[in-house]
Design a protein around this ligand. Structure first.
Ligand code: XMP
Length: 507
């Protein structure tokens, strides 16, 4: 069993980044609810505890709190942002609104006192801040170890192994943030670093073999990273026993369905492609409301999958590419549904299978990608950008038709061709076919065609994003290729909105 670093969740949007960074530093981590009791924590025997940030103010009634006995366990604790406020308040310090607050990149200056977290660094460093409240008075036994002109940026009671940082070491905008987490784990918690992805893979292969024995297993394969890696792992564990059903709903990108078929039909598995384009288009005819489109596609997917599975006779096991964040999110207490996410493969519980196998349910996305690489899957699959389950149907605004899909497929292929090889590639990019038409002129003819929007964003976790500041020459080339290579388009616009307030996808 690996050592465990526990990440206690107080609603912070970066909790998965924290836990992912800890694992990337070879220490196994799990995210658990912030109100876990101290007895439950003792049962898990963690080597360290990290308290996440969160959207609340500690002095408001009802704001989430950890069990204060945590601080007496002798287990090192690192409180981040809200986590630091909560620790300081529960131990007798004072937190108050900090005036205008600090948002974005701020310079933090380590203090005179040498802290294990900063290992003697004296130079100011850039850190991501996102707070209005600040610690005003430290609890007894604590000292300030770093500051900004506006706040106590870090504090500690080293003899009790209690540490707090106001900034977010887990995000890439904090210089040396990863090293701060590393020092907490290794210099303060005394981690040995015994978590290895290879061990996870070997353990899962053994478990799959034990569970499935000589029987058959079925997987809904979407061609996305999770279901593809799941297929790779299963066909390594139980070669010849896996059947994959790929429901092609017709909303895939240019040649994507064929590429998926090519990769998986030569593997050690039975691959069934169901060409259901007509069926899905028919369901969506005249439907314009985004949520309705998403729901209809999700439901139709399940119908098709059920019908195909029934044709295969009795297969006792159903595999799913569920990953750790899916589990954390579904157990989470915070957040509103902005869009219903339809993951192809997210099947209902009442399907007639004896058992479900979810071999990736302990892994973060980055780890799934590494595992995919180890399993020999092509980079085009493993490094694939997120692609929504409903596919291009939610990148065509309003009603979906074959003609519109053809336009968006070609525009999207041009955009990808231009950006795939670009050196500062945004994290996600795609084209959207808007339902606005505009007047243009091509040759001597007046046109009145739909407008294509280009979306390109930088993001760490896709929960928030900034639009990518693509150079004008790149934008010009994209626009010129789309309008000259696609007869039906004479105007291209660039989406310059961040999330929030916009979302990444348009629908
Ligand atoms: P939004 O539009 O919610 O998107 O800001 C955040 C990220 O999620 C992807 N996305 C989806 N992924 N099923 C998925 O698996 C979906 O239904 C879905 N909708 C959005 C989106 O591409 C972005 O990366």
């Amino acid at each position: 069993m690996s050592e465990l670093a526990l990440v206690l969740d107080f609603g912070g949007q970066y909790k998965e980044l924290i836990a992912g960074m800890v694992r990337a530093l070879s220490v196994y981590s799990e995210i658990r609810p912030g109100d876990m009791t101290v007895e439950e924590i003792k049962g898990l025997n963690p080597i360290g505890i990290i308290l996440t940030g969160g959207p609340n103010s500690v002095y408001l009634p009802g704001s989430p709190k950890c069990d204060p006995a945590i601080f007496k366990l002798g287990i090192p604790v690192l409180g981040i942002c809200y986590g630091m406020h909560m620790m300081c308040q529960l131990l007798g310090g004072e937190v108050a609104p900090g005036g205008i607050g600090e948002y974005g990149r701020v310079y933090v200056t380590p203090g005179e006192l040498s802290s294990k977290l900063f290992r003697g660094a004296k130079e100011p460093f850039a850190a991501l801040m996102n707070h209005r409240d600040a610690v005003k008075n430290l609890p007894e036994g604590f000292q300030t170890t770093a500051s900004t002109p506006a706040c106590i940026a870090a504090c500690e009671n080293a003899s009790q192994n209690l540490y707090g940082v106001q900034f977010h070491p887990e995000v890439k905008h904090t210089a040396g943030g990863r090293e701060i987490i590393q020092r907490f784990l290794y210099d303060i918690c005394g981690a040995a670093g015994d978590y290895k992805l290879n061990d996870y893979m070997d353990t899962q292969i053994k478990k799959i073999r034990q569970k499935i024995g000589g029987q058959k297993v079925l997987l809904a394969l979407s061609g996305g990273v999770d279901s593809s890696v799941c297929a790779g792992l299963l066909s390594k564990a139980v070669p010849g026993q896996l059947t994959c059903i790929f429901v092609d709903h017709g909303f895939m990108r240019l040649n994507e369905g064929d590429a998926i078929e090519r990769v998986f039909s030569k593997g050690n598995l039975q691959f069934i492609r169901v060409n259901a384009q007509e069926r899905f288009l028919c369901k969506l005819r005249g439907v314009t409301e985004p949520e309705k489109k998403r729901k209809l596609i999700g439901e139709e997917f399940i119908r098709v999958f059920e019908e195909e599975a029934a044709k295969l006779g009795n297969i006792p096991f159903l595999a799913q590419g569920t990953i750790y964040p899916d589990i954390v999110e579904s157990g989470g207490k915070h957040g509103a549904t902005i869009k219903s996410h339809h993951n192809v493969g997210g099947l209902p519980e009442n399907l007639a299978f004896a058992e479900v196998v979810e071999p990736l349910s302990g892994l973060f996305k980055d780890e799934v990608r590494i595992l995919g690489k180890k399993l020999g899957l092509p980079a085009s699959l493993v490094k694939r950008q997120p692609f929504p389950g409903p596919g291009l149907a939610i990148r065509v605004m309003g009603s979906v038709t074959e003609d519109k899909l053809d336009i968006i497929r070609r525009a999207d292929a041009i955009l990808r061709e231009e950006l795939d090889g670009y050196k500062s590639k945004p994290d996600q990019y795609f084209a959207v076919l808007t339902d606005t038409r505009s007047v243009g002129v091509k040759g001597d003819d007046r046109t009145y065609d739909p407008v294509i929007a280009v979306r390109a964003v930088t993001t760490g976790d896709f929960m928030t994003c900034e639009y990518a500041p693509l150079p004008h020459r790149v934008l010009r080339r994209i626009s010129s290729r789309i309008t000259s290579e696609i007869q039906a388009v004479s105007r291209v616009v660039y989406d310059i909105t961040s999330k929030p307030p916009a979302t990444v996808e348009w629908e």
